[in-house]
Write a protein that binds this ligand. Structure first.
Ligand SMILES: Nc1nc2c(ncn2[C@@H]2O[C@H](COP(=O)(O)OP(=O)(O)O)[C@@H](O)[C@H]2O)c(=O)[nH]1
Ligand SMILES: [Mg+2]
Length: 390
């Protein structure tokens, strides 16, 4: 063979090696461990969903022409606009509506006797409004109905509407704060949101739904699967992300340090120039000290990349007083900035909105009203009270 032929062969080998290496590193990106100090740092991976309209990678064999690809092109879902969601889902509050109707019918009897007031009290307590707010509302209603001196349904309704609305407090700031911000280093950093709560309350679902809310509002989102307790939790989140083209940072290993995954998610968010990073957590309520340690560490470690703007507590509206006790424990472990009340579609105990806000001094920012992907609505006090009275 001639020298040229040898050179040609050498060049071909080099080209093949380079092409092979590139093919191996594209597709799914895998990373080695980060340099995070936490004891138990895990390698993690990013599920990069394909961009809209992008075709799946096709491997071609040199000898035969590639058959037409039958892999379906993944199409991204377009989440429903956020405005007006609570109105759309209003019918789902129908069960909660019985509080308002019962109160209206009692108040319309006029000239109420003590047993009528007891009935009102019982209605409010059964709806989980809580003892303090119930007493407060009853005092106001006693005075107002006396002043009103009428059983006119429309007027009684107006009084009740005004008082219920005051109880729900329309003045609270219910905005999810994900506005862009510049860090101490002068660099823009993503707004980060940590989602906490007991197992089964709907955290992962809520993170998935929230991602859709943010995508609907044109945000670039990254999700962090810091529930490393069960691999299924990360899979669940990956599915949510893939549907709307949102990358999910997760650990390859069950039982990895959740703080390391949360750290990596925020890091990935910074590097990708995302504007919001949402981090899902496990809901282990071992004991208060353990919970404080774990959530405190996750929050601290995330803050190294970007300040944690929101800590959302997810509460299952159907769990009543038990849920309230859990809420208190979480509030002691980490500074909650907002509440997401899930499963409000499956309960007549809508009064928990009032009770939990009072107890924690933090607004309900979103409500879950079903299992559909867009069944999460920004909480609107007027809509809520109107639904109770409809
Ligand atoms: N009806 C209803 N079900 C919900 C709602 N939010 C969550 N769920 C369901 O609650 C179950 C537990 O949710 P998941 O997100 O896995 O809870 P996690 O353990 O806190 O992460 C799932 O079956 C969800 O579909 C809601 O607003 N309404
Ligand atoms: Mg979960």
């Amino acid at each position: 063979m001639t020298d040229q032929a040898w050179i040609l062969i050498a060049v071909l080998v080099v080209v093949l090696v380079v092409v092979g290496a590139v093919a191996l590193t594209t597709g799914r990106r895998r990373r080695g461990p980060t340099t995070l100090p936490p004891e138990d740092v895990s390698p993690y991976e990013v599920d990069q969903p394909p961009a809209a309209g992008a075709s799946a990678p096709v491997v071609t064999a040199p000898e035969e022409p590639a058959p037409p690809s039958t892999t379906p092109v993944p199409t991204l879902e377009r989440p429903e606009p956020v405005a007006g969601r609570m109105q759309r889902l209003r019918a789902r509050l129908a069960r909660s509506g019985t509080i308002g109707q019962t109160l209206l019918s009692i108040l319309s009897r006029g000239d109420l006797a003590e047993n009528d007031w007891e009935e009102i009290e019982e209605t409010l307590l059964l709806a989980d409004v809580g003892v303090g707010p119930t007493t407060e509302l009853m005092d106001k209603l006693r005075t107002e109905t006396k002043v009103l001196g009428t059983t006119d349904a429309a007027q009684v309704r107006e009084v009740l509407r005004r008082e219920l609305l005051e109880l729900v407090d329309p003045t609270m700031d219910r905005v999810l704060h994900v506005e862009p911000a510049i860090g101490d280093d002068g660099e823009p950093h993503p707004a980060t949101v940590l989602v906490v709560g007991v197992n089964g309350t709907g955290k992962t679902t809520t993170v998935g739904k929230l991602a859709r809310v943010l995508v609907a509002e044109d945000h670039d989102v990254v999700l962090g699967a810091a529930d490393t307790f069960r691999a299924a939790a990360a899979d669940q989140l990956s599915t949510w992300g893939a549907r709307v083209g949102v990358p999910v940072v997760r650990s390859e290993r069950e039982g990895a340090d959740p703080a390391a995954v949360a750290f990596d998610a925020v890091k990935e968010g910074r590097e990708a120039g995302a504007d919001v990073v949402l981090v899902d957590t496990a809901g282990r309520l071992q004991n208060k000290a353990g919970l404080m340690d774990e959530l405190g560490k996750i929050k601290r470690v995330m803050s190294r990349q970007a300040p944690v703007r929101e800590v959302l507590l997810v509460l299952d509206a159907t769990t009543g007083q038990n849920g309230m006790r859990q809420a208190e424990v979480f509030a002691q472990a980490v500074d909650i900035t907002g509440i997401v009340l899930t499963k409000l579609d499956g309960t007549a105990k809508g009064g928990i909105v009032v009770a939990v806000q009072r107890e924690l001094g933090v607004p309900v920012k979103f409500v879950g009203l079903g299992e559909g992907p867009d069944d999460l609505a920004p909480f609107e006090p007027e809509e809520f009270v109107d639904a109770l009275l409809s």
